[in-house]
Write a protein that binds this ligand. Structure first.
Ligand SMILES: NC(=O)c1ccc[n+]([C@@H]2O[C@H](COP(=O)([O-])OP(=O)(O)OC[C@H]3O[C@@H](n4cnc5c(N)ncnc54)[C@H](OP(=O)(O)O)[C@@H]3O)[C@@H](O)[C@H]2O)c1
Length: 242
């Protein structure tokens, strides 16, 4: 397996606060080629300009809406050292309880809409060469909770799908890394999670880049692993209060 530094990255969900922190950290380490895929073209251009102006990076941008009813199949003509998937959204859990449209939108943004991309990335040819795929899942995948079971179910589907990819790539130079993130200080958690429990995106980026070629399923930060073990063991009467 290659231990070489990451020189190029494709990012799906590049306007995510965590993706921005990872791109900045990658650029500081010498990554000079980025393909940024995001829904918000203006925000994507802002990151592209920063990477070009501060680091002299070669950056291309692409706009994508994961909820599109007939999405264009992803065209990946170039190979990258890192494929980073940070797209995802919490959605409106309350509305999803009684409106299937919102329930399906949450599923598409966090799972089904990503499948064409994951399929285009993990090809038989690509996995014979060194490369990495990092996918942001969530601790919410570990147990259904009354407050966000649509999001949790979508992330659980994503996790199982990517675990299949991870095992398919076992023994190849292509490393699949599934990140079960706990709370991070981004707009997704504003007003929803205690700030003290929210990891800083820059810290997450630094920690992930310490072992860029790692493969497997990991909790970020690590201490969510014992906490989620405890949460999975809670009896229904207590879990219902989560
Ligand atoms: N923040 C947390 O506490 C937390 C915890 C566990 C897991 N995660 C996961 O970690 C990842 C990054 O999270 P974050 O907090 O950095 O999120 P964020 O800042 O809200 O970014 C989410 C990204 O997903 C994109 N996206 C959402 N819906 C989309 C759609 N329909 N089509 C295309 N793109 C769409 C957003 O694009 P726009 O800019 O256009 O909205 C943005 O690029 C997500 O997968 C999230 O589920 C986050």
């Amino acid at each position: 397996m290659s231990r070489s530094p990451i020189h190029s990255a494709l990012v799906l969900g590049s306007t995510s606060v965590v993706a921005i922190a990872i791109c900045q950290a990658l650029a500081r380490q010498g990554c000079r080629r980025f393909h940024l895929v995001a829904r918000n073209a203006n925000a994507n251009q802002a990151l592209a300009s920063e990477l070009r102006e501060r680091f002299g990076a070669d950056v291309s941008c692409e706009q994508v809406e994961l909820l599109a009813s007939s999405p264009k199949p992803p065209q990946l003509r170039e190979s990258f050292d890192l494929y980073l998937i940070t797209a995802g959204c919490l959605g409106d859990a309350e509305r999803a309880r009684h409106e299937a449209e919102e329930a399906l939108a949450i599923t598409a943004a966090n799972f089904s809409g990503l499948i064409p991309w994951l399929t285009a990335i993990v090809t038989p040819e690509r996995i014979q060469k060194p490369g990495c795929l990092w996918v942001f899942s969530s601790v919410a995948a570990d147990r259904g909770r009354p407050s966000n079971y649509h999001y949790g179910a979508a992330k659980a589907g994503l996790t199982r799908f990517c675990e299949g990819l991870l095992l398919r790539c076992h023994g190849t130079p292509f490393a699949v890394r599934i990140l079960k993130a706990g709370f991070m200080a981004t707009p997704m958690t504003t007003g929803k999670a205690p700030p003290l429990l929210c990891a800083k995106p820059a810290t997450i980026a630094r920690d992930l880049l310490r072992r860029p070629h790692r493969r497997g399923i990991e909790y970020i930060p690590w201490w969510w692993a014992p906490l989620m073990l405890l949460i999975r063991l809670l009896p229904p009467a207590l879990a219902a209060k989560l």
